[in-house]
Ligand binder design. Structure first.
Ligand code: GDP
Ligand code: ZN
Length: 293
């Protein structure tokens, strides 16, 4: 008999799956998955046969994925919460790469600026840079508890995943939102253990929120298969300008008659976003040209 559920954890070849009633099962994947090169991921919707008594059951089938990431290995995220703070200093290249990742898979992106108790100006700056890309920016303080109810409301109905540099407060936020006591950076510092290596991915379903807890989205490389020509498609603020570029295949780099360049010079586009786009474009061109090496 096949039941349906979602993988909430995977360790040492054993998968914990929760069904719609909240019941958990421990399963092993059928050999077929390995043969076919399919790796079950946390977040996957699956069909399975429960085990008898103490025996583990069997993972039978993985249902079509809504989105997928292999590094970190997670499936079916519907909302990526890009987390920034004034400390550590924001890595906006990472933020932009995360947006590219999200937009390519039709994952909703939300930006939260944590530690606003330390710096109230950063949320406004980020709002200016990212609102034209259609990204909602929320100011928060996990420490003071401010802005959490707005975030909670924005998370409802999504399979959420926090992403961003280490130290911005992702674990603190997940703990504050779900009531789960996650190991935070402060603790692992004392125990001298690398948190990245001691934590694994799990799907938390608590207090009406679904959150994938993964430390993995703190570094991100755009895939080699992303054609340089397609990068501009995931910059929503460029799209209305594109028809006005002289060349139809304008990459908004150094081409004459580029409407993006004109908007930039007129101060109608965020210069950081355009600069980082051009840097990413150069990186993708390089990767693309050496993709068979
Ligand atoms: P992670 O690496 O992104 O998971 O970050 P952590 O949750 O481990 O937090 C890193 C540090 O930032 C910890 O010392 C937290 O106590 C601190 N922190 C988290 N949120 C806030 C906040 O809103 N304000 C301030 N001032 N510090 C915070
Ligand atoms: Zn152009």
């Amino acid at each position: 008999m096949n039941l349906r559920g979602r993988i909430i954890e995977g360790r040492g070849g054993l998968y914990t799956v929760r069904d719609t009633k909240g019941q958990s099962y421990v399963l092993r994947a059928k050999n077929r998955f390995r043969r076919e090169g399919i790796r079950p991921l946390v977040g996957d919707e699956v069909l399975f046969t429960p085990g008898q008594l103490e025996e583990h059951g069997w993972l039978e089938e993985i249902l079509p994925r809504r989105s997928v990431s292999l590094r970190p290995p997670v499936a079916n995220i519907t909302q990526l919460i890009i987390t920034l703070a004034s400390e550590p200093p924001p890595d906006l290249m990472l933020a932009d790469k995360l947006l590219v990742f999200a937009f390519r898979q039709d994952i909703k992106a939300l930006m939260v600026i944590n530690k606003s108790d330390l710096d109230a100006a950063l949320p406004l700056k980020m709002q200016e840079a990212y609102a034209p890309a259609g990204v909602q920016v929320l100011a928060l303080s996990a420490l003071k508890g401010s802005g959490l109810e707005t975030l909670r409301a924005a998370m409802k109905g999504h399979l959420n995943c926090f992403a961003g540099q280490s130290g911005v407060g992702k674990s603190t936020l997940v703990s504050a939102l779900t009531g789960l006591d996650l190991e935070t950076g402060a603790v692992s510092h004392r125990t001298r253990r690398g948190r990245q290596t001691t934590r694994h991915i799990s799907l938390i379903d608590r207090q009406g929120l679904e959150v994938l807890d993964t430390p993995g989205f703190s570094l991100l490389e755009l895939p080699t298969q992303l054609e340089p020509e397609r990068l501009r498609e995931v910059y929503p603020e460029f799209l209305p300008l594109q028809p006005f570029c002289r060349f139809e295949v304008c990459l908004h780099d150094q081409e004459p008659g580029c409407a993006v360049e004109q908007a930039l010079e007129a101060g109608r586009l965020n210069s950081g976003r355009v600069e980082r786009y051009r840097q990413l474009l150069a990186e993708q061109k390089e990767k693309w040209s050496t993709r068979y090496d």
